[in-house]
Design a protein around this ligand. Sequence first.
Ligand SMILES: Cc1cc2nc3c(=O)[nH]c(=O)nc-3n(C[C@H](O)[C@H](O)[C@H](O)COP(=O)(O)OP(=O)(O)OC[C@H]3O[C@@H](n4cnc5c(N)ncnc54)[C@H](O)[C@@H]3O)c2cc1C
Length: 377
Amino acid sequence: MALRVVILGAGFGGLELSTMLSEAVADDVAVTLIDRSDSFVFGYSKLDVMFGRTTLDAVRLPYRDVVKPGVRFVRETISAIDPEARRVTTDAGVHEADVLVVALGADYDLDATPGLVEAGNEFYSVEGAERLAQLLPGFSAGRAIVGVCGAPFKCPPAPSEAALLLHDYLSERGVRAACEITVVIPFGTPVPPSPDTSEALVAAFAERGIEFVSSRRVASLDGARGVAVLDDGSELAFDLFLGVPKHRAPDVVVASGMTEDGYVPVSSQTLETRFPGVYAVGDVATVGVPKAGVFAEGAARVVAEALIASIRGSGPAGTYGGRGSCYVEFGGGRVGRVDVDFFSGPKPTGTFRTPTWTLVDEKREFGSSRRARWFGT
Ligand SMILES: Cc1cc2nc3c(=O)[nH]c(=O)nc-3n(C[C@H](O)[C@H](O)[C@H](O)COP(=O)(O)OP(=O)(O)OC[C@H]3O[C@@H](n4cnc5c(N)ncnc54)[C@H](O)[C@@H]3O)c2cc1C
């Protein structure tokens, strides 16, 4: 009997897990990969879409291309998860699992920030990035804020990248001198585990006249007065607000009873939840690493190795290392890299690779290698 593995969510985590199982044990698994969407978009592609560097059609990877032995992709919306029975209900029926893997990512809670929908914009969803691609050409003068509305949030360098790319975008249009850019981040530094990366970003802000407000979160927007109210009550005037919305686990995960303090607690070594045969990987889980695709992928690999080892009856699989590399857009066509390690030492460490054009190619290869493995295109 093939092991029935039901994977909820075909993002970084779900795609890597299903690919590894197909590559290693296709004859011994029946993987059902469920996602409500028809396509996958890399997180960083949203920045490219927003600044008109590409189109959504060019970066959308359709799930119909996920054709792998042992794996069946179904486009369904998950409406209930029973972790004790390992049973999942969708808009199309019920899936029973021997092994259930929750990889549903994090949703956005726009209503948690009063005024965000009415007076601001978010660039973290595909729809938000597309809307901004239409709106940004109309911004030629005034005060722009890139502001984070809550932590934790995906890809901690992303707001800094957005501010630097906004500088380039306005400079290329010849309107930078008529605009101010402020970035508001709820951490003391842009990328806390890596002082070198943070220092380089703060220097890049200073060189470009971008104001950096640290250790503050945007609590609300007052559209009538055109001000962003920060969590200490101070105010910043804006004409354009580009927000990172507050994140939360998808409602269906919260309703399943699996969450504590908002997300699904798991073993940081094995990604197992407290329910036998149920794992959680990626942004939906609390593991002690940031919410980023590389960490979701690394966690998925550990689950895949454990399942492959149990199917083959081989020795125990490895444990999760909490390491990952993130590419950071510095503007001017250059990309830096930060290699972070969360579990090896007493505290997280990050090694910075200074921005170069070579790393632009490496970032491109990061995307194309995954596209080839996951989608065969
Ligand atoms: C602007 C931006 C830039 C980023 N840059 C980077 C970067 O450079 N490097 C990096 O590593 N990470 C980056 N990220 C973060 C990265 O995109 C996420 O951390 C990553 O996608 C998380 O993977 P995941 O598998 O946990 O969830 P996701 O990739 O979010 O996948 C979850 C899936 O679950 C599906 N789903 C949710 N609810 C349901 C439901 N009820 N029914 C069916 N399906 C459902 C969704 O459709 C989605 O496809 C960036 C993110 C943003 C927003």
